[in-house]
Design a protein around this ligand. Structure first.
Ligand code: TRP
Length: 344
């Protein structure tokens, strides 16, 4: 296939309680990727309304996630940071993809099954079509690389299927409009690092989640040093000492999680962490973990709070990002319309 210029796109839902799992699983990676790629980072408010939202909360959470992006070190001048609803190309291309994607494909999506639960008849059509919108988010920029969590892998595969089907179905028109063999790239997921899945501090078999009723299950980016210390001290562990190699973490989900968090915060690997802490008991390790977490997360949380309070600034960043995103998206939508045969 023709080579497409490398471009990173990723999206984060504007839900409250931004936590360590979101930070290590997404933002750290986003920040890192800026060094080697042009990046577009989007707060996906259109995805958020696939389930009921309180409008005032949605506004607040959109600013909260944007503040988290900036506080983590995403450069909104070099790259693009915006909220999805400000660029109409997402919704427009999503409609086209509703007509490319197949019912059979969407029926296989495990996230829909989980989110819709037993009351599937009452789920919104938007929740069902959510993966088509996600494909549109990525492909309206013809992005080639997508940093995502493990749980989004299936949606990325669907995105590739949609891109591929569009390229094949409209091959002749794509070629005759001067786009060569393929209009859309087949984007690659980027899933790596020691903490792509941060687990609950109370139960190492469950993902850290904003909706867990126990606040002790997660570290929020807004937690202060005392809260961080208390939560790690109370975090579930097992009675054994830490192993000196990663193989020794097998069957010890809580130990594995804490070592993974340590490695991710320090920007190293589990093996390197275990070289330092192997053979030690948890109390010493937890003290070191608290110190590291406070050092790394404290400034991010403080900056996030400061930015979040400045609505004019945050909204300005989003507006400016949206204007630059719109330029790319509308150019690609013009091509899509030509390819489809829409008169313009
Ligand atoms: N579905 C993603 C999630 O819940 C969020 C998302 C929406 C996204 N559009 C995207 C991620 C495009 C990557 C690329 O995490």
């Amino acid at each position: 296939m023709a080579a497409f210029p490398q471009l990173v796109f990723s999206g984060v839902q504007p839900t409250g309680n931004f936590h360590l799992g979101n930070y290590l699983g997404a933002l750290v990676k986003f920040v890192e990727m800026q060094a080697s790629y042009d990046c577009i980072y989007c707060v996906v408010d259109l995805h958020a309304i696939t389930v009921p939202q309180d409008p005032a909360e949605l506004t607040k959470h959109t600013r909260e996630v944007t503040a988290a992006f900036l506080a983590s070190g995403i450069d909104a001048r070099k790259n693009i940071v915006f909220n999805q609803s400000q660029v109409s190309g997402h919704a427009e291309l999503a409609w086209v993809f509703n007509c490319v994607s197949r019912l059979g494909w969407l029926n296989r999506m495990t996230q829909f099954k989980e989110k819709a639960g037993k009351d599937r008849e009452n789920a919104s059509v938007g929740l069902y079509a959510y993966p088509n919108l996600m494909a549109a988010d990525i492909l309206v920029y013809r992005a080639t690389h997508v940093p995502v969590g493990e749980d989004q892998k299936q949606h990325l595969e669907l995105t590739r299927d949609i891109a591929q089907k569009f390229n094949v179905d409209f091959a002749e028109s794509i070629a005759s409009h001067g786009h060569g063999e393929a209009f859309f790239p087949l984007p690659e997921p980027i899933i790596q690092g020691p903490a792509t899945r941060v687990m609950s501090l109370r139960d190492g078999s469950k993902k850290m989640s904003k909706s867990d009723p126990s606040d002790y299950s997660r570290i929020n980016l807004s937690d202060d040093a005392d809260q961080i210390a208390q939560k790690f001290r109370k975090a579930k562990t097992d009675p054994d000492a830490l192993p000196s190699e990663t193989a020794g973490l097998a069957g010890r989900p809580e130990a594995d999680n804490l070592v993974g968090i340590f490695a991710a915060l320090r920007g190293s690997t589990k093996d390197a962490v275990l070289k330092d802490f192997g053979g030690q008991n948890f109390s010493g390790f937890k003290a070191a973990l608290v110190e590291l977490a406070v050092e790394k997360l404290g400034p991010v949380g403080a900056e996030m709070k400061r930015l979040q309070a400045d609505h004019a600034y945050i909204d300005g960043v989003l507006r400016d990002g949206a204007a630059r995103a719109r330029e790319i998206a509308s150019k690609n939508m013009t091509s899509v319309k030509d390819i489809l045969g829409f008169v313009r």
